[in-house]
Write a protein that binds this ligand. Structure first.
Ligand code: B4P
Length: 193
């Protein structure tokens, strides 16, 4: 199995580049943002709870998100590997993910960190907000999401850097150009090819 984390601040292109990676490497995509938005749109109990956090730019509590991930990993025993998009977002989530994967005799191979300047992040998310109407893509919530990222999520990169699994990727190029850099990084990690 080849297991990849796509990491970065809100709007750095995790969802966008995940689509390219899945096509190229046939990995199973697990996006906590997509799962949570699906729960919200179906108005499940979990969704109604999660919405309170998402609409305020805050992270959904660790225990909720970790439970969702454990179920998804168990549902895909024969996969070539997973791409984790938007997870882990706290050090506690990273520790839980390592433990969950160890329970399936596998582990994270690579964390790709998409690096994008803050002004560009804000511009992208405001633009998406105008087109998609996503309720968390407005100026006040975007600022909170970026602050939350700095306070709680950045530490995840350090956690995997200590395991020599971190690779930084320039994320403010065009979508194909950034994907070219991702391909180079994944292909140099021999298990993926
Ligand atoms: P996510 O769904 O993960 O969303 P995101 O971080 O905002 O966006 P992403 O980085 O995927 O950006 P995208 O490709 O779409 O999280 C949403 C919320 O869910 C969080 O705030 C949190 O509340 C909750 N949540 C999710 N996971 C959680 C977890 N593990 N724990 C707790 N809470 C969790 O790109 C954005 C825009 O930029 C798009 O419009 C795209 O077209 C554009 N773009 C992308 N690449 C570009 C490029 N190279 N050039 C120009 N534009 C580009």
């Amino acid at each position: 199995m080849f297991n990849l984390i796509l990491f970065g601040p809100p709007g750095s292109g995790k969802g966008t580049q995940s689509e390219n990676i899945i096509r190229a490497y046939q990995l199973t995509h697990i996006s906590t943002g997509d799962i949570l938005r699906d729960e919200v749109s179906r108005q499940t109990a979990l969704g109604l709870e999660a919405r309170k956090y998402m609409d305020n730019g805050r992270l959904v509590p660790d225990e909720v998100v970790i439970g969702m991930i454990g179920a998804k990993i168990s549902e895909n025993p024969d996969t070539r590997g997973f791409i984790f998009d938007g997870f882990p977002r706290t050090e506690a989530q990273a520790v839980a993910l390592d433990r969950l994967l160890a329970g399936h005799q596998t582990s994270i191979d690579l964390l790709l960190s998409l690096e994008v300047p803050e002004a560009e992040l804000k511009e992208r998310l405001l633009k998406r907000g105008r087109i998609s109407g996503r309720s968390d893509d407005n100026e006040a919530v975007i600022a909170k999401r970026i602050a939350e990222y700095k306070e709680k999520t950045e530490a995840v990169a350090t956690y995997y850097d200590k395991q020599s699994k971190l690779k930084r990727i320039q994320g403010d190029l065009s979508i194909p150009e950034t994907f070219g850099l991702i391909r180079e990084a994944v292909d140099s990690c021999k298990k993926a090819v």
